[in-house]
Design a protein around this ligand. Structure first.
Ligand code: ATP
Ligand code: MG
Length: 570
């Protein structure tokens, strides 16, 4: 590609509405352009990156036996009504009518459409298993579209759906996708973690998220510093560690704590560490009000409580419910005298002489002890994991906390859609059975954005070679010097002939402008062809990632460049 004939639209200024690095740099490098909130055009350079991600995804999906297809973006409401999601999906689903007043939506995901296809085509166990995928534009009317391609409203996703005759088969299909995903993110040159997204379950679980590690991630990832255990912070299992506490029990004391509301304020006021303050959270699980006690330095984990108690909706109780069970105001609840069941996080088990709310405004109770002062229904794992907690898998390592960007998600659906939509097959015994499904998503644009979050510096993007819009840029430094032009052209053509993804910056610009653009756009390798080095028969190879500059003889240049590219892929 000759950049003089290409579409390079770099910006010097950072657009003011961009908050994260990938968004800023994609706009500045002229890769995307905003059309509306969360809706972007992919400009030519950006599209090249998108296509590279897509092709890597395609390669490993095909290799794993998945078959590419393409479904419509505009989906008739009937299918969504059949699955029931038309009524529960909410405002994220973009709905509209055609000229005949029929309801449609713009597909945010395609379980319904694929289930409809497969139920019509597949009749017998002999035709299964099958895994179909597509790479397609989705629309979700996200509440807060932000961060450019990271959380758009319109975005490109790879979605795959597997259909099996039984659970063992579904597990095989699931594991094939798990392996394919690892290969995909590896081939993209990204540092990632596969995390357990099934609450509680260790081993054999059927929901995993793939997280690219980056400081700007919206997800918190817990990982063990000793083994491979990794989980979303909300899902990470906290081990109940036996502990010896020989502290003698002291008598309960009432203490006025005027105006001290937060755990930190109360701890400071009483001159105690926050772990001595215990929060009593009043919750509503379906129609039942319960209390859950959590140590002041820990965070309540609602999904864990919900799983433990087995309700379907869990929320914080409102003012009325709190007043009803505690006879006191919101914000001062404590376990003594509560008219509901009290549960406590495992960490409370070994705690003695702690502080709780007094169920009266501005009142706290000191030296409170369970068993002696009130009854705990049961202890459980009700809190978020914290760095330093012991790993539940190896029982040795400690948890570390990192931030991650969810780029992929694999999930065993079971028979949710096949039952609702009657997607059945005839088994060997002649009986009709629902197919067991799995679904597997990758955010294509989000993966590209995540790559930037992980690989950039103050000058711009540092693309992993595998995703770069071009692997190499050849830069003639003096555009009015015939020797320079000829040599640059020659290297460019030779690289092209060797199959290198190369462009030549033959624009009539100063060298400084070309360098700045090259650093911003993030080509992994830049070849400088200038008068001075040419006098010695040399050109310079500049490696974006390391900043290394290598002088090579013109004749050796192509081999060396190919060498460097291969090295960068490792
Ligand atoms: P999130 O929790 O980030 O909203 P999700 O759980 O809704 O993601 P899935 O429905 O599992 O996501 O979609 C599969 C993949 O599609 C995600 O792993 C992510 O990479 C991508 N994705 C989802 N929503 C968006 C979005 N608004 N913009 C860009 N990519 C997205
Ligand atoms: Mg979402």
């Amino acid at each position: 590609m000759k950049l003089s004939q290409y579409y390079i639209q770099t910006l010097r200024e950072t657009p003011s509405d961009a908050e994260v690095v990938s968004h800023k740099l994609m706009l500045r490098a002229g890769m995307i352009k905003k059309a509306a909130a969360g809706i972007y055009s992919y400009l030519p350079l950006g599209l090249r990156v998108i296509r590279k991600v897509e092709n890597i995804v395609r390669k490993y999906m095909n290799e794993a036996g998945a078959i590419e297809t393409l479904m419509p973006s505009v989906v008739p409401a009937e299918l969504w009504k059949e699955s029931g999601r038309w009524f529960v999906y909410g405002k994220e689903l973009l709905r509209f009518k055609d000229r005949h007043d029929r309801d449609f939506c713009f597909g945010p995901t395609h379980e319904e459409v694929i289930t409809d296809i497969v139920r019509n085509d597949i009749k017998s166990y002999k035709q299964l298993p099958v895994n179909l995928y597509q790479i397609q534009t989705k629309f979700r009317d996200e509440v807060r579209p932000r961060f450019g391609l990271m959380r758009g409203r319109e975005f490109i996703m790879k979605d795959a759906y597997s259909f099996d005759i039984d659970n063992e088969g579904a597990e095989v299909s699931y594991n094939k996708m798990k392996e394919a995903y690892c290969k995909i993110f590896e081939a993209c040159g990204l540092k990632y973690r596969m995390v357990d997204a099934d609450s509680g379950a260790i081993g054999g679980s059927f929901s995993h998220e793939f997280m690219v590690l980056a400081d700007t991630g919206e997800d918190f990832v817990i990982s063990c510093d000793n083994c491979n255990y990794s989980a979303n912070i909300e899902k990470a299992v906290v081990v109940d560690k036996p502990e010896e506490n020989t502290e003698a029990l002291a008598s309960v004391e009432e203490r006025l704590t005027p105006g001290q509301k937060t755990v930190e304020e109360v701890a400071k006021f009483l001159n105690l560490p926050t772990k001595k303050i215990v929060k009593t959270m009043i919750l509503k699980v379906d129609e039942n009000v319960v209390a859950v006690m959590i140590r002041g330095d820990h965070e309540l984990n609602l999904p864990k409580v919900k799983n433990y108690l087995g309700g379907s909706v869990i929320e914080f109780a409102d003012k009325n419910d709190i007043e009803m069970v505690s006879d006191g105001p919101m914000g001062y609840s404590g376990p003594i005298g509560l008219k509901c069941k009290v549960y406590a996080d495992n960490a409370i088990k070994h705690l003695k002489n702690y502080v709780v709310g007094g169920n009266k405004k501005d009142l706290h109770l000191l030296n409170v002890n369970h068993e002696r002062d009130f009854k705990i229904e049961a202890f459980g794992d009700f809190r978020n994991a914290t760095p330093g907690d012991t790993c539940p898998e190896c029982n040795k390592g400690k948890f570390q906390l990192t931030k991650g960007i969810e780029v992929g998600h694999i999930f065993k659906l079971g028979t949710k859609y096949s039952e609702a939509m009657n997607c059945v097959f005839l088994d060997k015994d002649g009986k009709a059975k629902p197919m067991i499904m799995g679904c597997y998503g990758i955010g294509i644009g989000r993966t590209a954005a995540a790559a930037i979050e992980q690989n950039h510096d103050e000058k711009g993007i540092i693309w992993p070679v595998q995703l770069a819009p071009f692997e190499v840029v050849v830069v003639p430094l003096n555009t009015n010097d015939e020797d320079v032009i000829k040599t640059a052209d020659n290297i460019y053509t030779r690289l092209l002939n060797k199959g290198v993804d190369v462009c030549i910056d033959d624009r009539n610009e100063r060298a400084g402008v070309k360098f700045n653009d090259a650093d911003l756009i993030g080509y992994p390798v830049r070849v400088n062809v200038g008068k001075k080095a040419l006098a010695d028969g040399c050109v310079e190879i500049h490696i974006r990632k390391s900043g290394e500059q290598i002088n090579v003889l013109i004749d050796d240049a192509c081999d060396k460049i190919i060498n460097v590219i291969e090295g960068l892929k490792q």
